[in-house]
Design a protein. Structure first.
Length: 416
C-alpha cells in the first residue's frame, strides 16, 4: 500500500466503496490525484449511479458534470441551491450584488437621516434664539416667556429622542447590510536571481523504481523561465521522476544511463502528501524549521497570511484538515527564495478561493515552474509554456498546451 501512487490509492478507495453497492455514497474530495481517464470513469459511474450521493469537492469542472444540487456550508448555516456549481456561482454573484445594493441604500439613508437631523436641530435652535430675543426685548410678558421656555425645552427633549431613535435605526441598518468579506489566504512567491540559464538537462536517461523501468530514453531541458506541465496517468512515474532528479533519499526512484545535469539552484518541492510538513510538530514549529532566519513576529505574520491566527499556530500538524495542511505547506515554501518551484498536485484539498490566490501568486512568480496536476481548471490559468506527458514509458511533448483546455484534455484521454 505504501508504494502506491496518490491516484492509485484514490482509485483503490473508490473501487472498495463502490463494490459494496451502497444506496447512499459520501465522497470527500474524490477527484484528488485522479488522472483524466479516471476522472472520466468516475463521472460516468456517478451519472449512472442509482442511489444518492453527496460529494465534497472544490473542483468546479467536475461538479458541473455530476451534481444537480449544491449545498453551501458556511460557518453559520447550510444553504441549498437547486443547480450545479456554475448555477450556484451565478446565484452567489446575484446575491452579493443585491447585498451590496442594500448596503449602499442603507448608507445613503444614514446620510439622509444625519442631514435631516442637522436641519431640524438648526431650525429648533433658530426658533429658541428668536424666542429668547423677544423675551429680552420685553416684547413678551414674563409669564408668557416662561411658558414659551418650558415648551421649547420639552420640544427640544422630544426632538432629541426622535433623532437618537432615527440615528440608531439607520446605523443598525448599515451594520446589518454590511457584506462580510470572505478572508482568503494571501500567497506570495519569492524568486531568486533573474538570470536566464539552464537548470536541468537530461539526455537519454532511464527512470527506474525498485527494479521496474518506468521511463526510457528521457530527453528534457528546463530553462530558468520555463513553466512546464507534466501529465500522465496515475502511476506513470510523474512523482518518481521529480524525486529521482532531486536525488531524494526517501525514494528508490533513480535515473540511470545517459546524462543528467542539474545546475546549482534553490529548488522547492511541494510533494503530493505534503511530506515537508512534520506531523509531530506544531504549525509554528514547522514554519520555524522551514524559515530559521525569520523572527517570531514575521513567522506569525506569514502564518496570518495563510489564515493561521491566535492559537491555531499551536495546533499539531497531525490534526490539520487537508486544506489546512496544504495551506501550511504553501506558507512554508513561499517566503524562501526559489529558482525552481515544483508543485505536485498542489490544488488537491484547496478551496476555490485559495486556488484563485495560488493562481495569482504563480502568475506573478517569474522563475522556473514544474507542475504536475490533473486539475485542468488550474493548469489552464497559470501560463504554462511547455507541456509533456508520460505515455507508454516515454516522455513526450503534448500537441497542445493546457490553456487550450479541450484539445489538451482530449489528447491526454486518447490511447489509454
Ligand atoms: N517506493 C516505491 N517502491 C516501489 N514502487 C514504487 C515506489 N514508489 C512508487 N512506486 C511505483 O512507481 C509507479 C510510479 O509512481 P509515481 O508516484 O511516480 O506515479 P505518479 O505518476 O506520480 O502517479 P499519480 O498521478 O497517481 O500521483 C507507481 O506504480 C508506484 O506504485
Ligand atoms: Mg504522483
Amino acid at each position: 500500500m505504501q508504494s502506491l501512487s496518490g491516484g492509485e490509492l484514490t482509485k483503490l478507495f473508490l473501487a472498495v466503496g463502490l463494490a459494496r453497492s451502497p444506496d447512499l455514497l459520501f465522497l470527500d474530495e474524490p477527484t484528488n490525484h485522479l488522472d483524466y481517464p479516471a476522472l472520466e470513469a468516475l463521472r460516468q459511474v456517478l451519472c449512472q449511479f442509482q442511489g444518492a450521493f453527496v460529494t465534497v469537492s472544490h473542483k468546479p469542472f467536475f461538479l458541473d458534470q455530476v451534481a444537480q444540487t449544491t449545498w453551501e456550508l458556511s460557518a453559520t448555516n447550510l444553504q441549498v441551491y437547486g443547480g450545479n456549481f456554475s448555477y450556484y456561482r451565478e446565484q452567489k454573484q446575484l446575491e452579493e450584488a443585491a447585498k451590496e445594493r442594500a448596503h449602499e441604500t442603507a448608507r445613503k439613508e444614514l446620510k439622509r437621516t444625519k442631514a435631516t437631523i442637522l436641519n431640524e436641530q438648526k431650525r429648533a435652535a433658530q426658533s429658541r434664539r428668536s424666542g429668547r430675543q423677544k423675551a429680552l426685548n420685553g416684547d413678551m410678558p414674563r409669564i408668557v416667556a416662561g411658558g414659551f421656555k418650558r415648551r421649547a425645552e420639552a420640544v427640544a427633549g422630544q426632538l432629541k429622542i426622535k433623532h437618537e431613535k432615527a440615528m440608531a435605526v439607520a446605523t443598525q441598518n448599515v451594520a446589518d447590510t454590511k457584506v462580510r468579506t470572505h478572508k482568503a489566504a494571501s500567497i506570495q512567491l519569492e524568486e531568486h536571481g533573474k538570470k536566464h540559464r539552464q537548470l536541468i538537462e537530461i539526455n537519454h536517461a532511464n527512470l527506474w523504481v525498485a527494479d521496474r523501468l518506468l521511463l526510457k530514453d528521457i530527453e528534457l531541458c528546463l530553462l530558468s523561465r520555463d513553466r512546464l506541465a507534466v501529465a500522465g496517468i496515475n502511476g506513470s512515474g510523474k512523482s518518481c521522476l521529480v524525486k529521482a532528479i532531486l536525488g531524494l533519499d526517501t525514494t528508490p526512484a533513480v535515473l540511470q544511463g545517459g546524462e543528467v545535469r542539474c545546475a546549482d539552484m534553490r529548488t522547492v518541492y511541494l510533494d503530493q502528501s505534503y511530506a515537508l510538513v512534520d506531523r509531530t510538530q506544531t504549525v509554528l514549529q514547522n514554519m520555524q524549521r522551514a524559515n530559521p532566519a525569520l523572527n517570531y513576529q514575521l513567522l506569525r505574520q506569514q502564518l496570518g497570511h495563510f489564515l493561521f491566527w491566535n492559537d491555531d499556530v499551536y495546533k499539531m500538524a497531525s490534526v490539520l484538515s487537508g486544506g489546512e495542511l496544504a495551506r501550511l505547506a504553501i506558507a512554508m515554501i513561499t517566503i524562501a527564495e526559489i529558482d525552481l518551484l515544483i508543485l505536485d498536485e498542489p490544488t488537491n484539498n484547496l478551496d476555490v478561493t485559495t486556488v484563485d490566490q495560488m493562481v495569482e501568486a504563480i502568475n506573478d512568480y517569474q522563475s522556473a515552474l514544474w507542475v504536475i496536476s490533473h486539475d485542468l481548471d488550474f493548469l489552464s490559468r497559470i501560463n504554462i509554456t511547455h507541456s509533456v506527458q508520460l505515455k507508454h514509458q516515454t516522455l513526450q511533448p503534448t500537441l497542445y498546451l493546457p490553456s487550450q483546455m479541450l484539445p489538451y484534455q482530449q489528447c491526454l484521454l486518447e490511447d489509454h
